[in-house]
Write a protein that binds this ligand. Structure first.
Ligand code: BG6
Ligand code: MG
Length: 756
């Protein structure tokens, strides 16, 4: 007796099968053993029988029973029942553990030999209550049959009542989902093996079936969505693969059907599919239908509208279809930047150029327009479209001052690149926008326009740019470059004072040494100083400067005032800002006298001395921490430049603490003469201090300018016959020749010019 194990029923007559089935039910105690590979023994005690079976690799099984009936006719109910037990055992085994490769092949072989009718019969008879098993068998083996009808099978396996209405509940939903998962797993394997026609057969049936179920039993939508997502993911991957035209058509139809459903996504793979299918698959009617479908998806409410719009634009371009809807155009217009970004991520460079050729980029805000053009330039370069590339690069250079784009333009059309530089130069004054300067200098350097580079650098107040771009000028414009450095280094010193300038100058000197320009620049600086001195002394009658200390060189005026405030508080009075005007410039004791008189406080001489000393203690305490950093802005540079201009300089302060303060500021050696509160008897506005300063400098008062922050000081200087520059509020210091807010506001040369 030689039969196929899985198809026993067709080998025996119905009464034989029925008898065997009864026997199986009766056989409650039996042992099924496998003494060696492919051999089985079925030993039953009740009823008593013993059958030996041998299973060949081809799937055939032979059985030999030890009963008399078998000996006689080579067939007996024991043998058939044992085969059924064996089959049962194998199926059970297969369900609990995954099939070994060998078993799989075996089963494969067996099923291959069955025809569809036999298979169907087997499945529906045997696996009636085992839907998962049925699906598994179907999934694994059905695709081997030429035209498997998955639609039919899925419907077949979906619970329905006798009127054909789908009856899903929580229990049978599980098995339906199971069936679908098994089919999808199979589709996934087939896809891996590149068996595309078989894959799409399963996917198409499953996707449609799932949609159908979701509509019919909406309460299970969430659960079914898991399988649907999986199916769409597979389909998405499917669409990305190259395939034969017939298959493309099927895939495209399915893609469109999926897309046409509300709320469902546009699969990324659709783009790939379309790209390969577009030129030869779709007929005009189909194209228009597809186009209209996409159009219906472009609405402000649809979060995926950008993706749809990209598709719409693509078809407009590829198929030359025109839309009549104005609303779409408005939506598209406002979304152009997003569309371009999406197209870039899809690498749809043709579409990018198409969109840009229909867009007025300049209507978008600058940074957005800049980005749009950058996308365009990249696309043009990748497509090798020189003409578009030039157009974008020119706009990016001229309007957006984009250095990279300019380089591209230069490589494509040097003349146009230079023209762009000229335009930017014409429309932008030097020093207004840093990015314009970077753009121009970079362009001039790269295009070898040395004269332009030098001129622009000369027009800038930016020595750092000079350091960055000097390399291309050193050989050809050495002297001009040295002059420029000398001028800018002087200007740097004039404009700012203090530590930061010193540090900057040191960096510049190191750089100059590096590029071998140091000696030449230093010579230039000396030359300039010489001419400065000559012009000053030749043209000006002014030969000396006198500086007040508190409020001109250092901000100690505030400390004087606050110390007085504290003292007067102790004496029972609240002094005001107005009082500051009267004590500023006045000697210590005169300041006290003024305040006592104003607040009607009577003190003896001894008491006055006591409180004046106390104020000084407070003042000294407050200035204890003063360092050179506390010099008012521009002071050091001003003193140095005054010296360089050949002027004598003196200090004329009413303060008895002047020398201490000067030491703390480390500038005591900068003065030709220092006169302070210890050198005079009379206090400002008496001219005594300034007259003495002039004498010490050997100058006539008419040859001297005094810098003063106090009204009393201004009056003293005028009384001495000097010129006065008021440092502070012009309204308060209106008697001065002119005023400025600090020494950082001007240079000695400019002061001399002004006083001429
Ligand atoms: C002047 C200040 O410079 O010196 C005054 O403007 C101050 O406010 C005066 O009173 C005297 O200073 P000192 O240090 O001697 O008390
Ligand atoms: Mg002062």
């Amino acid at each position: 007796m030689k039969v196929v194990l899985l198809d026993l029923e067709t080998h025996f007559s119905t009464p034989q099968v029925e008898e065997a089935m009864d026997l199986v039910r009766e056989t409650t105690e039996y042992d099924l053993t496998q003494p060696q590979a492919g051999y089985f023994h079925c030993l039953s005690k009740n009823p008593d029988y013993h059958v030996e079976m041998a299973l060949t690799e081809e799937g055939f099984v032979t059985a030999k029973c030890h009963c008399a009936v078998f000996k006689r006719s080579k067939i007996c109910p024991h043998a058939i029942a044992s085969l059924m037990i064996l089959r049962d055992h194998k199926i059970r085994n297969r369900r609990v553990r995954s099939k070994s490769k060998h078993e799989k092949l075996l089963l494969d072989e067996v099923l291959r030999k069955l025809n569809i009718t036999e298979l169907r019969k087997f499945i529906s008879d045997y696996g009636h209550s085992h839907s998962a098993f049925r699906a598994e068998v179907l999934a694994y083996y059905l695709h081997r049959i030429r035209k498997p009808d998955y639609h039919h099978l899925l419907t077949d396996m979906t619970p329905m009542d006798k009127f054909g209405v789908i009856k899903l509940n929580r229990n049978n939903l599980k098995s339906v989902r199971n069936i679908v998962s098994i089919l999808l797993r199979q589709a996934q394997d087939l896809l891996k093996d590149n068996a595309l026609p078989q894959t799409i057969q399963i996917l198409e049936a499953v996707i449609h079936h799932l949609y159908r179920l979701m509509i019919k039993v909406p309460q299970f939508q969430d659960q079914l969505a898991t399988e649907l997502k999986h199916a769409l993911k597979l389909f998405d991957a499917f669409c990305q693969l190259p395939m034969a035209p017939r298959l493309q058509k099927t895939a495209l139809t399915l893609a469109m059907e999926v897309s046409a459903r509300d709320g469902f996504i546009l699969l990324k793979g659709t783009h790939t599919l379309l790209r390969s299918a577009e030129p030869f698959i779709l007929e005009k009617k189909a194209r228009i239908a597809a186009f209209q479908l996409v159009e219906s998806k472009i609405s402000l409410e649809n979060p995926q509208r950008i993706l749809w719009a990209c598709l719409w634009l693509r078809w407009t371009r590829v198929w030359g279809i025109e839309s009549k809807h104005k609303k779409i155009k408005t939506i598209l217009k406002s979304s152009t930047p997003d569309i371009l970004t999406e197209l870039q991520s899809q690498r749809a460079y043709d579409d990018i150029l198409f969109v840009l050729s229909n867009t007025r980029v300049e209507q978008f805000p600058q940074p957005i327009a800049h980005h749009m053009l950058q996308i365009g330039l990249k696309a043009a370069r990748l497509l090798g479209d020189e003409k578009s590339g030039q157009t974008f690069a020119y706009a990016l250079s001229t309007i957006h001052h984009d250095k990279d784009a300019w380089e591209t333009l230069f490589s494509l059309d040097a003349d146009r690149a230079i023209k762009s530089l000229t335009i930017v130069q014409e429309y932008n004054k030097p020093n207004e926008h840093k990015e314009v300067e970077d753009f121009l200098l970079h362009g001039f350097q790269l295009s070898g326009q040395k004269k332009m580079l030098l001129d622009r650098l000369a027009a800038l107040d930016d020595i750092h740019q000079l350091m960055r771009y000097d390399s291309s000028l050193i050989a050809s414009h050495t002297v001009a470059l040295a002059e420029l450095y000398a001028r800018q280094m002087n200007a740097l010193r004039d404009t700012y004072g203090g530590e930061s300038v010193r540090r900057q100058l040191t960096t510049i000197v190191y750089h100059l040494k590096d590029v071998d320009l140091h000696t030449l620049v230093m010579e230039e600086i000396k030359k300039m100083e010489k001419t400065d001195t000559q012009t000053n002394t030749a043209s000006s009658t002014i030969k000396g400067f006198i500086f007040d200390l508190d409020g001109v060189i250092v901000d100690t005026a505030e400390h004087h005032f606050l110390s007085w405030k504290k003292i007067l508080k102790q004496l029972g009075a609240d002094i005001t800002e107005e009082d500051d005007r009267h004590t500023r410039g006045a000697s210590r004791i005169e300041s006290l006298e003024y305040l006592l008189a104003k607040y009607q406080i009577n003190l003896s001489q001894k008491e006055k001395e006591h409180w004046a000393a106390k104020k000084n203690d407070l003042y000294l305490l407050s200035i204890e921490e003063i360092t050179p950093r506390d010099l008012l802005p521009g002071v050091l540079a001003f003193l140095l430049d005054a010296k360089k201009a050949g002027l004598s300089i003196a200090l004329g302060s009413a303060s008895k603490n002047a020398k201490t303060v000067l030491e703390k500021l480390a500038i005591e050696n900068r003065f030709d003469a220092i006169l302070d509160g210890t050198s005079t008897k009379k206090s400002k506005p008496d001219p005594e201090i300034f007259v003495k300063c002039c004498k010490a400098m050997n100058l006539e008062p008419g040859e001297v300018v005094v810098f003063e922050d106090a009204v009393k000081g201004v009056q003293a200087a005028l009384a001495a016959g000097c010129k006065v520059v008021g440092i502070g509020d012009a309204a308060i210091l209106h008697e001065a020749d002119f005023t400025m807010t600090g020494l950082d506001q001007s240079t000695p040369t400019q002061i001399l010019e002004k006083l001429k």
